[in-house]
Design a protein around this ligand. Structure first.
Ligand code: FE2
Length: 426
C-alpha cells in the first residue's frame, strides 16, 4: 500500500498522464498507469506537477518590516540600508521570529519550500541569527531554510564583521556571504572577497555574495570572485548574487568575463523584482533596467536562478513570496519571451535554484523527496501566464497546503469532464 498516489500529472518536461507513487516521504515510482493502491490519492486531472519553487536569494530577517521605522522615500538601495540600520537597535528575537514565521506561512501557501535567506550579522547581538536559526529548526518539517552570514554594513567597513561572521558560522549558519561593492574602496572590496572565500574554504562551506549590486560599470568584484573560486578550488560552491553592474559594463570586457565565470563554475542569482526597482535611480532618460545579463549568462553555460530578495521591507514594499511573479518579472526585464526562454525562466525559480542551494533529493525522480506542487495550469509557460492557484503543496508525502481551484478560467475546446481549468494553449 502506497502512502500517496498522484494521478494524471503533467510534468515540467511536457510528459503527460504521469502517476507519482510516494512511500516513506520519497517518490517510489513515476510513470504511466501505476495500479498499486494508496492511502491517499490526488487526481491532478492533467495539471502541472512541479518540484517546489526555490527562492535562492531572500532576506527573511527584514521581511514584513515595511514602514518600520519609516518608508524608503528615494527608493534606493542605500536609503534601504540606512532604514534597516535605524530599525536594528529596536529588534528583538521574538519580533524577528514572528515576522519570519508569518513569512514562511505565505511561502508554503505559494509552494515555495526551499529558501536561501541572508541574515545580517552586523548587529553585535546577532539577534537575527538566533531568530532565524530557531525558525529554520521549527520549519524543518515544512521547508528547507538555508542561511547565509551576510555582513550588510561591509565585511571590512564594519569593524566587528569578521568576529560576528565567524560566531554566526559557529552557531550553525550555513553559507558565507559578503557585499564587496559596499566596502570603502575597490581594493577593500577585493580584499573582502579574498578573505571571505578563504573562510569558506577553511570551513568547507558555500559562498553567496551580494556582488556588484550597483550601476557602476567599473564595479568588477565578480572577476575577483571568479578568480578566488578557482584559486581555492571552490568550483560549483560559489554564487554571485545580483551582479547588476554587468548590465552597464563594456561589452568587450563582458566577453572576457563570461568564460572566466563559466570556468570557475559560478552560479548567478538575479533578483528581477528588486533590481528593476532599485537600479537606474540616478539615471534620467534613458533609464537603465539594471538587471544582470541573464540570457547571455545562460548562453555561456552558467547556472542562473532568480530570487525574490525582499518582501515588504525597506528595499521593496510589495511581494507575497510568489516565485511565479519573480519569474514573470525576470522574463519581462530580460526580454526572454521566446518559448524556450520562458521555460528557462520557470527553471530559474525551480531546478536552477536547487542547484544554487546544492539541494539533495530535489526533483521528480525515483528516490527524490516527495516534495511537489500541483498547479492549476498545464505547463510551465501557462503557469507563467496565469500565475495559477497552488492546488496542493506536498512536503515529504504530506499535503501541507491547499488552495481551491479557481472556477472562472476559460476552457477552449476541452470537454467538461476533462476538468480543463485553463486555456490549454501549450
Ligand atoms: Fe539581497
Amino acid at each position: 500500500m502506497l502512502d500517496m498516489l498522484v494521478r494524471n500529472a503533467t510534468l515540467p518536461d511536457g510528459r503527460k498522464g504521469i502517476d507519482i507513487a510516494v512511500e516513506n516521504g520519497k517518490i517510489s515510482a513515476i510513470g504511466e498507469s501505476i495500479q498499486t493502491p494508496a492511502k491517499q490519492q490526488i487526481d491532478a486531472a492533467g495539471c502541472l506537477v512541479t518540484p517546489p519553487f526555490v527562492d535562492s536569494h531572500f532576506h527573511m530577517d527584514s521581511a514584513l518590516s515595511l514602514g518600520q521605522p519609516r518608508l524608503n522615500q528615494s527608493g534606493t538601495l542605500l536609503e534601504g540600508i540606512q532604514i534597516w540600520g535605524e530599525l536594528k537597535p529596536d529588534l528583538t528575537v521574538e519580533a524577528i521570529k514572528q515576522r519570519a514565521l508569518q513569512m514562511c506561512r505565505w511561502s508554503i501557501a505559494r509552494g515555495t519550500l526551499c529558501i536561501r535567506s541572508h541574515v545580517d550579522i552586523c548587529d553585535d547581538r546577532l539577534l537575527a541569527v538566533q531568530a532565524l536559526l530557531e525558525v529554520r529548526e521549527e520549519m524543518k518539517p515544512y521547508l528547507d531554510l538555508q542561511l547565509v552570514a551576510f555582513p550588510q554594513d561591509g565585511f571590512l567597513r564594519y569593524g566587528r564583521s569578521r568576529e560576528n561572521l565567524l560566531r554566526a558560522l559557529d552557531m550553525g549558519v550555513d553559507v558565507v556571504g559578503g557585499i564587496p561593492h559596499f566596502e570603502r574602496t575597490m581594493d577593500e572590496g577585493a580584499s573582502a572577497v579574498r578573505q571571505l572565500c578563504e573562510i569558506a574554504e577553511q570551513r568547507g562551506l558555500q559562498v553567496d555574495m551580494h556582488c556588484d549590486e550597483s550601476d557602476d560599470p567599473h564595479s568588477r568584484h565578480i572577476e575577483t570572485l571568479a578568480f578566488e573560486t578557482q584559486r581555492l578550488g571552490l568550483q560549483g560552491r560559489v554564487t554571485g548574487s545580483h551582479l547588476t553592474s554587468m548590465h552597464s559594463m563594456d561589452n568587450y570586457y563582458v566577453s572576457k568575463l563570461l568564460p572566466l565565470m563559466r570556468e570557475a563554475g559560478l552560479h548567478v542569482v538575479a533578483n528581477p523584482l528588486i533590481n528593476i526597482t532599485l537600479q537606474g535611480r540616478h539615471d534620467s532618460y534613458p533609464k537603465r533596467r539594471g538587471m544582470t545579463r541573464v540570457p547571455e549568462l545562460i548562453q555561456a553555460g552558467i547556472n542562473v536562478a532568480f530570487g525574490h530578495d525582499c518582501v515588504m521591507d525597506p528595499w521593496y514594499s510589495l511581494g507575497s513570496h510568489d516565485m511565479l511573479e519573480v519569474a514573470n518579472m525576470g522574463l519581462h526585464v530580460a526580454q526572454m519571451t521566446g518559448l524556450e526562454q520562458m521555460r528557462q525562466a520557470f527553471a530559474a525559480v525551480t531546478e536552477n535554484g536547487a542547484r544554487v542551494l546544492g539541494l539533495e533529493g530535489y526533483g521528480l525522480d525515483v528516490g527524490c523527496h516527495a516534495d511537489f506542487v500541483v498547479l492549476q495550469a498545464q505547463s510551465p509557460v501557462e503557469a507563467l501566464q496565469l500565475k495559477p492557484n497552488r492546488l496542493f503543496v506536498v512536503r515529504r508525502g504530506q499535503v501541507i497546503a491547499r488552495t481551491p481551484a479557481q472556477e472562472n478560467f476559460v476552457s477552449l475546446g476541452a470537454g467538461e469532464e476533462s476538468l480543463s481549468f485553463s486555456t490549454g494553449r501549450f
